[in-house]
Write a protein that binds this ligand. Structure first.
Ligand SMILES: Nc1nc2c(c(=O)[nH]1)N[C@H]1C(S)=C(S)[C@@H](COP(=O)(O)O)O[C@H]1N2
Ligand SMILES: [Mo]
Length: 419
């Protein structure tokens, strides 16, 4: 570039460029990125014969077979207990394809016949009610494009030395979908909630009988009984034929294979809200009922396993989210946090959803430490690792939302560092 162009000016240290670089520099930036010349080609084999037949259900290209859920091995001694993770670094945008939505099961995936499944609403109500899939589907359905995150996500980051793995191995218990279902408020209004009611206890029809207590206020605010995920019926692994979906709150509470809602005056203190999904502090006292997921972000490209090529201009891209509402701002640093520049947020900034962010970065081939820091609309700023772990017991790993640092070495390889 010989003429002056403000978008080539640095926006922060170690090569970060203005966030509008890719939008405004247009032809100039693409010329920088694409150096191969295009010449007339011979027809490839797939142009010489008609292609494959139609099919009833689509599947990804066989060339994309590497884009799959990872860590799918169940816990030793069990068949289906454990978790599988979304391959974050291979995805774009904000919606997770249903087949790649992370999974977390406490006792495998039940095979539920929808004709035999019932959801019962009982306890402190005037009229106990029982629904099957068909009767629920007659209610007016709402759609929510929102994330679901396991509160154990990123728990490996409490280890005293940084675990090495891909973005998905470390942070892949987060996904986002369009969830379609019936507001629980409508069902509770029909059942008639008694004045003493303050909580509901939700439980699932799996062998683990996962049960969680949820404050009634949240249920009346935005909880749904989800029947649909990305336009189709829920996948068995995500709760078929129905699940509770609690926008922005820790994934464990979104009880899958939902079979019972009991309205109560007090929480049940189930194992999953006392011994599990609570945060032990170093004074020996545990914090219970941490419901909304904290403001968080992670750079998915570059990230471990996605090496950079030659020095030059790269797009930094990642996801940010907050259980409290919308993402307002994401800042990026290429010098380990000494200086920061605002990233561009993609058009779809939805409440309690993933937000895609991007920055332009001129990598000079030297070492760099990339970080992202998200701020939500309530003004919550993503904390550093030290702040998250302050006063926590050394084995407490839920609700980790610290700033992630990726170190880029001279070969362009990224690794997890505490910096
Ligand atoms: N019935 C039931 N509901 C459940 C679970 C379970 O094992 N059984 N796992 C919970 C946990 S810990 C999480 S993080 C989410 C995961 O939802 P997903 O598998 O659809 O990603 O479901 C929650 N609901
Ligand atoms: Mo979870």
């Amino acid at each position: 570039m010989s003429r002056y162009d403000p978008y080539f000016e640095p926006a922060a240290g170690n090569g970060l460029l203005d966030r509008r670089f890719f939008l405004k520099a247009g032809a100039a930036s693409s010329a920088l990125l694409m150096t191969a010349s295009v010449s007339a080609q011979e027809r490839p084999p797939w142009m010489k014969l008609p292609g494959a037949a139609l099919s009833e259900s689509g599947a990804p290209s066989t060339f994309e077979a590497h884009v799959k859920r990872i860590n799918v091995n169940p816990r030793i001694g069990t068949t289906g207990s454990g978790s599988s993770r979304t391959p974050l670094e291979h995805l774009e945008g904000i919606i997770t394809p249903s087949r790649l939505h992370f999974e977390r099961h406490h006792s495998g995936i039940p095979e539920i016949d929808p004709d035999q499944h019932r959801l019962v609403i009982h306890g402190l109500v005037d009229r106990p009610l029982s629904f099957n899939v068909e009767s629920l589907a007659r209610y007016s359905t709402v759609s929510r494009i929102q994330f679901l995150e396991c509160s154990g996500n990123s728990g490996g980051m409490i280890a005293p030395t940084p675990m090495q793995g891909s973005a998905s191995q470390i942070h892949g218990l987060i996904s986002a979908s369009e969830w379609g279902g019936v507001p629980l408020r409508a069902l509770l209004e029909e059942a008639g909630v008694k004045p003493a009611a303050k909580w509901i206890i939700a439980d699932g029809a799996d062998a683990a009988v996962m049960a969680r207590s949820v404050p009634l206020d949240k249920i009346l605010d935005d909880a749904i009984v989800a029947l649909y995920q990305n336009g189709e019926r829920l996948r068995p692994s995500n709760g078929y034929p129905m699940r509770l979906f609690l926008p922005g709150w820790e994934g464990n509470m979104s009880v899958k294979w939902l079979r019972s809602i009991r309205v109560t005056a007090t929480p049940a203190m189930t194992k999953d809200e006392t011994s599990k999904y609570s945060d032990l502090n170093d004074d020996g006292i545990a914090t219970l009922f941490s419901f909304p997921m904290g403001v968080k972000s992670v750079i998915t490209s570059p990230s471990p396993g996605l090496a950079l090529g030659a020095p030059g201009i790269y797009q930094i891209s990642g996801i940010a989210w907050s259980g409290s509402g919308k993402i307002r701002r994401v800042e990026i640093s290429a010098d380990g946090g000494k200086s920061w520049a605002d990233a561009a947020l993609d058009r779809h900034v939805l409440s309690k959803c993933l937000t895609r962010f991007r920055s332009a970065w001129r990598w000079d081939g030297g070492p760099a430490i990339l970080k992202s820091r998200a701020t939500d609309e309530d003004g919550n700023v993503q904390p550093t690792r030290d702040v998250v772990l302050k006063n926590r017991a050394s084995n407490s790993f839920y609700h980790y939302n610290g700033i992630q640092a990726w170190k880029i070495d001279r070969q362009g390889e990224a690794s997890n560092v505490y910096a």
